[in-house]
Design a protein around this ligand. Structure first.
Ligand SMILES: [Zn+2]
Length: 288
C-alpha cells in the first residue's frame, strides 16, 4: 500500500507499507506523469550538483528510483496526474527521519515535532536567515500574512543570547524531555549546526545577488538558488547522550518564472509597516 505522508504545492511524499525506513518524493506539478518524472530527475541533479556544495554534510542522502504503477500508487496520485504516459513513477528515495511508532505534533506553519521511544525529531522550516541588514523577512511576512500568534522566529534563534528562551517558546506546548531543550540550545548556536550552515549558505549566495527588478520576467540561477535555500526543511534528530544528527530536505529548483511573484512580494514587504527588526549578536567564530 502507498500512503501520502506529505503534500506540498509541487510534490507529494509517499510512504510504502513494506519500506518504513525510506520515503518517496514525487513531483505532482504537471498533468503528465512523464513530465513529472522528468522534473524529479531534474530536481535530483539540481540538489546534488547545485545545492549540495552549499550544505555539505547536511545534504539529505537521495537516490532516484522507478516505482512501477500499482493500483494504490494510481489512487495516491489520482487528481494530480491526469495523463498516465509512463509505466513507472520516478521518485526521490530519501531516508525517513521519523522513527516508526513516533507521535507527531504540528506546532505551527513552520515546526513539527516527532516524539518516539527515547528520541525527539524536530522538523522545521527556518526560511530567511540572511538579513542583509534590513528588516526580518520572516517576522515581517508573518505580520503581512496575519500570522500574529507566532512567538518566535528562526532568524532570532541564531543569536546565542536568545536561543534558550526561543526554544522554550517553540516547545512550550509539547512534552519534550528537558535535556532535549538544553542540548538543542548548546547545539543550534554552534558554528557547525545546521542552522548556522544554512545562514552561511544563504549569505554566500545573497552577497552577489542583483535585486529582483519589477520588470524582470525571469530570475537568474543565483536568485533561484537563493529562494531554494530559503525554502528548505531541516530535521534534527535527538537522542539523550548522543550528538544530534541533522539533515536538510526540500531542495528543489525554483522556477525562474516566479520572478514576478517574488519581486511583487518584496515590494509589498519593503513598503509594509510595521517592519520587524531584531538586534542580533554577531555569528560565533569558528572553533567556539
Ligand atoms: Zn524574525
Amino acid at each position: 500500500m502507498v500512503h501520502i505522508v506529505g503534500k506540498g504545492g509541487a510534490n507529494y511524499v509517499l510512504a510504502l507499507d513494506n519500506d518504513k525506513d525510506f520515503l518517496y518524493r514525487v513531483c505532482i506539478r504537471g498533468r503528465s506523469l512523464r513530465e513529472n518524472n522528468l522534473s524529479t530527475v531534474n530536481n535530483y541533479h539540481y540538489a546534488l550538483e547545485v545545492v549540495k556544495p552549499h550544505l555539505e554534510q547536511f545534504m539529505c542522502g537521495m537516490v532516484l528510483v522507478e516505482v512501477p504503477l500499482s493500483d494504490s500508487l494510481l489512487q495516491a496520485l489520482n487528481g494530480k496526474v491526469e495523463l498516465w504516459d509512463a509505466p513507472a513513477v520516478t521518485c526521490l528515495k530519501i531516508p525517513n527521519m521519523v522513527p516508526a511508532g513516533s507521535i507527531s505534533y504540528t506546532v505551527d506553519h513552520f515546526t513539527k515535532v516527532h516524539i518516539g521511544d527515547g528520541t525527539v525529531v524536530w522538523e522545521f522550516k527556518p526560511k530567511w536567515l540572511s538579513g542583509n541588514g534590513k528588516y526580518c523577512r520572516n517576522c515581517t511576512l508573518n505580520l503581512l500574512r496575519g500570522r500574529t500568534s507566532l512567538s518566535y522566529c528562526y532568524a532570532q534563534l541564531l543569536d546565542p543570547t536568545q536561543a534558550g528562551p526561543i526554544l522554550d517558546s517553540v516547545f512550550a506546548e509539547i512534552d519534550v524531555p528537558q535535556p532535549f531543550i538544553e542540548d538543542m540550545e548548546a547545539y543550534i548556536t554552534k558554528p557547525c549546526s545546521v542552522l548556522q550552515r544554512l545562514r552561511a549558505a544563504q549569505e554566500q549566495v545573497d552577497v552577489g545577488l542583483e535585486p529582483l527588478g519589477q520588470s524582470d520576467t525571469s530570475a537568474s540561477p543565483d536568485q533561484c538558488l537563493s529562494m531554494t535555500l530559503k525554502d528548505v526543511t531541516c530535521f534534527v534528530s535527538w537522542r539523550k547522550d548522543a550528538p544530534p544528527v541533522a539533515v536538510v530536505v526540500d531542495l528543489d529548483m525554483k522556477p525562474a518564472s516566479k520572478c514576478t511573484y517574488w519581486a511583487a512580494l518584496q515590494q509589498k514587504l519593503d513598503s509594509f509597516r510595521p517592519q520587524v527588526h531584531h538586534i542580533t549578536a554577531p555569528p560565533p567564530r569558528p572553533g567556539n
